[in-house]
Ligand binder design. Structure first.
Ligand SMILES: [Zn+2]
Length: 249
């Protein structure tokens, strides 16, 4: 069951019957390219100092590691949620760039690609030569919001084997370019998101989610504490979405 509650002029809150209960839908027309001034922004959260979120963020000890790979052009965008994700999750890291030489350089020597997944844009190109890629991935469970496929194209049923996720922070076009620049992405399990809502922001395609929402959705399905995932969404609303609306004014 989905219930929508309108908050005039700001956001529409959508409640679903799933455990990923709260989604935020922007119904205001914010400029997706609106940026903070990098010369005056807080050096930690990259937001204007009067809008700094560093003291307000609640951080959690998450089990599944989160690695955010951020396109350089995303860093100071008002609606960007990558820094908040990094601050909210103690077991996370954020790297800014376009390409990295290999898996171990970013995920560590003690990690194995088979234990990591990368959030996958469903409308992406077919990114490997594997013939199975043209087939839609099966859901891993009746109510699963994600589908996980291994590099061999087979569905991964054993989700607890996923110890970490890579989240690309960028527009669709930027993310696509980063896929091509980093062939080691293909060594990771591919995590397709199947959100139960059509879209969160008007600027995004139907299957698009902000970085923090995508991470929260994936983490929840991978067994992360429900309270952490809900807090991520709530903090996104309180610390990014609402202030962004005011910043525009
Ligand atoms: Zn700050």
């Amino acid at each position: 069951m989905v219930r929508a509650v309108d908050v005039p002029g700001v956001v529409t809150l959508i409640y679903t019957g799933t455990r990923h209960a709260l989604f935020i839908r922007l119904d205001i027309c914010l400029d997706a390219k609106l940026k903070f001034n990098r010369n005056t922004a807080c050096a930690n959260c990259f937001r204007e100092k009067q809008m700094c979120i560093c003291e307000a963020v609640k951080s959690f000890s998450n089990k599944v590691r989160v690695l955010i790979l951020q396109h350089p052009q995303e860093q100071f965008k008002v609606l960007n949620s990558a820094r908040l994700t990094r601050l909210a999750l103690k077991n996370s890291d954020l790297r800014v760039g376009l390409s990295w030489p290999n898996f171990k350089k970013v995920c560590g020597d003690n990690s194995a690609p088979s234990e990591w997944g990368i959030l996958y844009l469903k409308n992406e190109l077919h990114l490997s030569s594997n013939n199975n890629d043209n087939k839609p991935a099966k859901r891993t469970g009746k109510d699963s919001a994600i589908s996980v496929t291994g590099k061999n194209g087979r569905v991964v049923e054993d989700l607890p084997q996923i110890k970490g996720i890579v989240v690309i922070d960028g527009s669709w076009k930027q993310a696509k370019a980063m896929w091509w620049r980093n062939p080691w992405f293909l060594r990771l399990n591919r995590i397709s998101l199947n959100p139960s809502h059509p879209s969160l922001r008007k600027q995004m395609k139907k299957t698009g989610l902000s970085t923090i929402e995508a991470a929260a959705l994936a983490l929840g399905e991978l067994g992360e504490d429900e309270g952490i995932c809900q807090s991520m969404i709530k903090q996104y609303e309180e610390l990014v979405v609402k202030p962004a609306a005011e910043f525009k004014q």
